[in-house]
Design a protein around this ligand. Structure first.
Ligand code: ADP
Length: 509
């Protein structure tokens, strides 16, 4: 083998140091070839390891950079997390200084996690407490409503006798010096009745239990009847009530006549109450007619004491009154206008007032009604006073409380109706099987057989005779139950004589 075939370094050293005579020695040549191979493989390994080293150095730098970036992101994330937690825990504007358990940045994440765990635990406890508090509040609200309905029932029953008898006493012959006491008795009874009805109504509105009915109603008659119902009180206070009804008003519209009546009655009776020797004007004007609805503007204007500007918003709040002295004189709960407002709000409307202290007030609102094709007069409510006479009408009065029987019987007899009585549902069934009646006035709660059961039995053999429920309860469930078992209408006790008359006239054949 020539020297040039050996590794460069070995070839150089061999040519310099190897004596000429040994150059051809086979054993030596073999040895040199072996050494040359070792040199070359060393060289190769060196190159490989150098390459490997340079590659891992690069990777190492890349990984380190990546790690640094990750650490930075982690630190920033933890900072953001802490900021978010602080802002989450903030009750008002000032962020509180939340102490995280770990100060060491490396343990920050663990700190944040344990802080979050603690927060979750606290939230769960709070949630449980809230559920318990909500249940307690619901229970209290139910107790309040139960109390109201039981108490109202208990109060209404004797009040029925007081209001009814005081109205009758006024109309019967009496000595002149008794008139003042009787007027006071009648007014107090009416005020008390008004108050109880307002409180119950307010309770119902608060509980969201008001449902608006949809009936064909004759607006002219409704408003005229309300005017007439307020006439006696207006006369007593030297007031005149004028009614302005738009000629363009449709004969009938569809809506809740009872609730509209309640709103107008409240406004008119307030106008009468806060005016003396003055004028009250009730206006009902057609505003616009659409394809399926009619908008009607109502206003009640008086020339009474008026309301200071500063108090005009307040009077629509519950139990709010502009002038407590006046209230002491005339009574009132301060609930009337808040009920009016809520009843209108529930029908997408609102009530407004225009008034100046000393020169009267004008309350006004607009209401949408559905159109109806009905225009026959016979569906119309009889005009108040038009037939304060029930001559020839046979009425069966089913009632167990003696006082109630006495009052209703007296009223009905005064209007010339022929009255038969039954003290429970079973007796009523017997009478109805023997005889025909034009109308049945049916109490609901009675011994032996209640009004619901009696009505269910009556409807098995008589589907048409109007049965009007009389009850001291105003709960909607009870009303519904009465209709479900076949009753025709509903009158809550104590009723004003006018309500009784109007309801009977509605069904008189
Ligand atoms: P109440 O009449 O039972 O006190 P309302 O809610 O009906 O309750 O009325 C609240 C208050 O608004 C009245 O107490 C009175 O101060 C004032 N008010 C209402 N209507 C009139 C009116 N027509 N003229 C003067 N003040 C009125």
């Amino acid at each position: 083998m020539s020297l040039s075939n050996y590794h460069k370094l070995l070839a150089k050293q061999a040519s310099r140091l190897l004596p000429e005579e040994l150059a051809g020695h086979p054993a030596l040549l073999k040895f040199l070839a072996l050494v040359s191979n070792t040199y070359q493989s060393f060289e190769r390994d060196k190159k490989i390891s150098e390459h490997a080293f340079s590659v891992s150095e690069k990777e190492y730098q890349e990984v380190t950079l990546h790690l640094q970036q990750q650490i930075q992101i982690r630190h920033q994330s933890i900072l953001k997390l802490k900021k978010v937690i602080r802002s989450l825990d903030r009750n008002d504007q000032e962020p509180p200084d939340i102490e995280f358990p770990c100060k060491d940045p490396d343990e920050d994440l663990i700190g944040v996690i344990s802080f979050l765990e603690e927060q979750i635990r606290k939230t769960k406890t709070l949630e449980t407490e809230l559920i318990l508090a909500k249940e307690a509040a619901e229970k209290a609200a139910r107790a309040k409503s139960d109390f109201l309905s039981v108490m109202s029932h208990e109060i209404r029953t004797p009040l029925n006798a007081i209001t009814g008898l005081s109205h009758l006493l006024m109309e019967e012959e009496h000595y002149p010096h008794q008139t003042e006491n009787m007027t006071a008795l009648r007014l107090s009874a009416d005020n008390l009745l008004h108050l109880i009805n307002d409180i119950l109504d307010f309770g119902k509105i608060e509980e969201g239990k008001i449902v608006f009915s949809e009936k064909d109603m004759d607006l002219r008659r409704l408003v005229t009847n309300i005017k007439m119902a307020n006439r006696i009180h207006a006369d007593e206070r030297g007031n005149k009530i004028e009614l302005i009804l738009d000629n363009e008003l449709p004969p009938f519209v569809r809506g809740d006549d009872m609730r509209l009546g309640q709103v107008l009655n409240n406004l008119i009776s307030n106008a009468v109450k806060f005016t003396q020797n003055g004028q009250i004007t009730v206006e009902v004007l057609l505003n616009k007619v659409n394809e399926s609805t009619v908008t009607i503007d109502f206003s009640v204007t008086d020339t009474g004491i008026g309301i200071e500007k500063g108090k005009q918003e307040l009077i629509f709040e519950r139990f709010a009154q502009a002038n407590s002295e006046i209230t002491r004189e005339f009574g009132g709960s301060g609930l009337g206008l808040s009920i009016v407002k809520r009843l209108l709000n529930l029908q997408n409307s609102d009530i407004y007032v225009d008034s100046e202290a000393g020169s009267g007030s004008r309350f006004f609102f607009s209401l949408n009604f559905k159109k109806t094709a009905l225009c026959r007069q016979e569906h119309s409510l009889p005009l108040f006073g038009e037939r304060a006479d029930l001559k020839g009408l046979k009425i069966l009065l089913v009632e167990d409380v003696e006082f109630n029987v006495l009052v209703a019987e007296k009223m009905l007899s005064k209007w010339n109706a022929r009255v038969a009585t039954a003290s429970n549902g079973l007796k009523a069934l017997g009478k109805l099987k023997e005889d025909n009646f034009d109308i049945v006035l049916m109490d609901l709660q009675m011994p032996v057989m209640d009004g619901y059961t009696a009505t269910t039995h009556i409807r098995e053999f008589d589907k048409t005779t109007p049965i009007i429920a009389l009850t001291a309860s105003t709960s909607m469930e009870i009303q519904q139950k009465a209709f479900d078992c076949g009753m025709t209408d509903y009158l809550s006790k104590p009723f004003n004589p006018n309500d009784l008359l109007n309801t009977i006239l509605k069904y008189a054949r």
